[in-house]
Design a protein around this ligand. Structure first.
Ligand SMILES: NC(=O)c1ccc[n+]([C@@H]2O[C@H](COP(=O)([O-])OP(=O)(O)OC[C@H]3O[C@@H](n4cnc5c(N)ncnc54)[C@H](O)[C@@H]3O)[C@@H](O)[C@H]2O)c1
Length: 331
């Protein structure tokens, strides 16, 4: 017994990989998710005797409390994810992305949970130019999503009785059983494959990228590393900082016949180029996969015919949330 981990948002794009990897490593996993985007992502792991699935809401204190029983640590991924998704219902976003962090900490303390690893985002750096940003660089959030991540980070790091570890993820890419086509590399690859065109706005803006499997590995590493306690870590690899134009060129290079079409300046002003020295030096993290790997696996997925229409709203958080109102549950 022992070593039971609670993963919130375990059915999501990152969470479904993390859940499988934790089970493969011998952990017992309890998964708390409200299944906004369904639960088909768990088909491969459902029935595993070491997995307990709880359908519930991280905004519901009872759901949190029952999910914490017997748990040694929490990996907190459940959130409304992405700038456009968060702008739709700001009050609900505050509840899911910030208030629930406070309630999760309270439930951890009540249950004696030792460690919480929290999914934050490099988008806390916002519009921040060309220089390399590290964990202590000034933040310049340009969205509600980023502000809720910062507020949650600050609250977590104030805590004495629970060890918090903050992971600021780069923009994630690649294939998952909960597929998203609203993330830059995945979107560009899908458009290139379907239309032969990669449309680019804000070509000079910087963004770091992280393969979804490396993201899952980083959560396991942060959970297991004693030296991570109380730390904030950018998650990614220095070499995987690219401008949006560079990503588009990489996509066009791999999808036969695709061309890049350069458009106007973007309305999304985020530009951040991030240093990953801390997670490399303190935790020994090395990303094993690249943007090129993600492009080729997303392209292969599309060519296989497994995805009938990448534009389907199930693959796009903001579109799904604006078309499906039941997800707000009791709120
Ligand atoms: N994907 C990225 O590029 C990226 C980048 C930076 C940070 N992150 C962070 O990583 C985490 C996971 O992102 P993802 O891409 O897997 O997102 P996702 O949207 O695929 O998954 C989120 C999961 O959380 C669940 N969820 C949402 N609200 C809930 C609630 N109130 N109660 C219970 N479950 C709820 C959803 O049902 C879904 O399964 C998030 O915290 C996100 O902020 C992701």
């Amino acid at each position: 017994m022992g070593n039971m981990i609670l993963v919130t948002g375990g059915a999501g794009f990152v969470g479904s990989h993390l859940t499988r990897k934790l089970l493969d490593k011998g952990y017992r996993v309890r998964l708390l998710d409200s299944f906004i985007y369904g639960d088909a992502s768990l088909n491969e792991v459902r029935g595993n005797p070491n997995l307990e699935i709880v359908q519930g809401d991280i905004c519901d204190r009872q759901d949190l409390r029952r999910s914490m029983k017997g748990v040694q640590g929490v990996i907190a991924l459940a959130a409304l994810v992405g700038d456009p998704a968060c702008e739709l219902y700001p009050e609900r976003t505050m509840a899911v992305n910030y208030q629930s962090t406070r309630d999760t900490v309270a439930a951890c303390k009540e249950a004696g949970v030792g460690r919480i690893v929290f999914a934050s985002s490099c988008s806390v750096y916002g519009a921040n130019g060309d220089r390399f940003l590290h964990e202590d660089s000034p933040q310049n959030p340009v969205s509600l999503y980023a502000r809720t991540r910062i507020m949650s980070e600050e609250y977590l790091l104030e805590q004495q009785d629970v060890e918090a570890v903050i992971l600021r993820l780069s923009t994630v890419c690649g294939v998952s059983t909960r597929m998203r086509f609203d993330l830059m590399v995945n979107t560009m690859t899908a458009h290139a494959a379907a239309e032969g065109i990669v449309r680019v706005q804000g070509a000079d803006q910087w963004r770091p990228h992280l393969h979804v499997q490396d993201a899952a590995d980083a959560f396991m590493l942060a959970y297991e590393s004693p030296g991570a306690a109380g730390g904030i870590f950018n998650v990614g690899t220095d070499e995987e900082n690219y401008t949006i134009g560079e990503v588009a060129e990489k996509v066009a290079a791999q999808v036969p016949g695709a061309v890049v079409e350069y458009g106007q300046t973007s309305t999304d002003k985020r530009s951040y180029r991030v240093s990953f020295a801390r997670i490399r030096d303190v935790l020994g993290f090395r990303g094993k996969r690249t943007v090129e790997n993600a492009i080729s696996e997303v392209h292969a997925l599309l060519k296989s015919g497994a995805v009938s229409d990448f534009r389907d709203i199930q693959f796009n958080n903001a579109k799904w949330l604006s078309n499906n109102h039941h997800w707000r549950g009791a709120a």
